[in-house]
Design a protein around this ligand. Structure first.
Ligand SMILES: [Zn+2]
Length: 259
């Protein structure tokens, strides 16, 4: 590990050496790895050791692990909302890449500018702002829920589904509220997948805009989301019903969510 970083003023700074130049698509993975591991701060004058936090002795026992898992199941009301939301996300029929992005959003693990700055990664003063509205600092909450451009996407989605609802501004609350909008047997699965799809598409557009200088319009993104959900619905048979793409994009979708 000592070859992967150095001490600077008593603080550990990661400094990865790669055997070859990284490809563009690998840069984001590295950013995300850096964000993830920067939460771990080695201590200068301590030897490395393993510690099991499930027992006061610091030693792992099957019994203590069993008790932790059991208490998590029993104390559902106590579970943080992000954990409850993540469980629903993992059960949703969205492809893995979309669920993974949604999971990272729920736990604020996306390498947004504010997260990179927190990890002392220099992103430049100008680049700290959202590149949708250019007016606010780029946080996951802003680019996925609060930015006026994103708000336009959510407005379209709610109108498409035929629902009106108060929209919470915290990401896990927003997901839980959204996933409970429908009343049909499969609506929860569909809405969880749709929420993941929206977050995934918006995050990809953000990356294309930031790294490839590609702009996007609300209507294009809305159409892409509807098209992807139409395709996922035919692959995973989430809602049943055989709608043409034209019917799918119209308000017919509402009848499948509420029947
Ligand atoms: Zn914005």
């Amino acid at each position: 590990m000592k070859e992967m970083g150095r001490w600077s003023n008593g603080r550990w700074v990661w400094d990865f050496q790669w055997r070859r130049d990284l490809l563009d698509r690998e840069l984001e993975v590295v950013q995300s790895l850096t964000t993830f591991i920067s939460e771990v701060s080695p201590k200068f004058d301590c030897e490395d050791r393993w510690e099991w936090r499930g027992h006061k002795s610091g030693t792992y026992t099957t019994n203590s692990a069993y008790r932790i898992i059991k208490s998590l199941k029993e104390d559902k009301a106590e579970l943080p909302l992000a954990v409850m939301a993540a469980r629903k996300i993992w059960k949703s029929p969205a492809p893995h890449k979309a669920r993974m992005t949604a999971w990272r959003a729920l736990f604020n693990r996306l390498p947004t500018c504010n997260n990179l700055v927190k990890r002392q990664i220099d992103v430049g003063v100008v680049e700290r702002n959202c590149n949708g509205c250019f007016a606010q600092e780029e946080t996951a909450n802003h680019i996925l829920l609060r930015c006026p451009k994103i708000d336009g996407i959510w407005n379209n989605m709610y109108a498409w589904l035929g629902f009106q609802s108060v929209r919470p501004f915290a990401i896990p609350d927003h997901f839980l509220s959204f996933s409970q909008l429908g009343s049909s047997k499969n609506s929860g699965r569909f809405l969880s997948a749709l929420w993941s799809c929206i977050v995934w598409v918006v995050w990809r557009r953000r990356n294309e805009s930031r790294f490839d200088d590609k702009s996007w319009e609300i209507d294009q993104v809305v159409l892409e989301i509807k098209a992807r959900m139409w395709s996922w619905n035919s692959i995973f048979d989430i809602l049943g019903g055989e709608l043409s793409f034209r019917e799918w994009c119209s308000s017919s979708i509402c009848s499948l969510l509420c029947k």
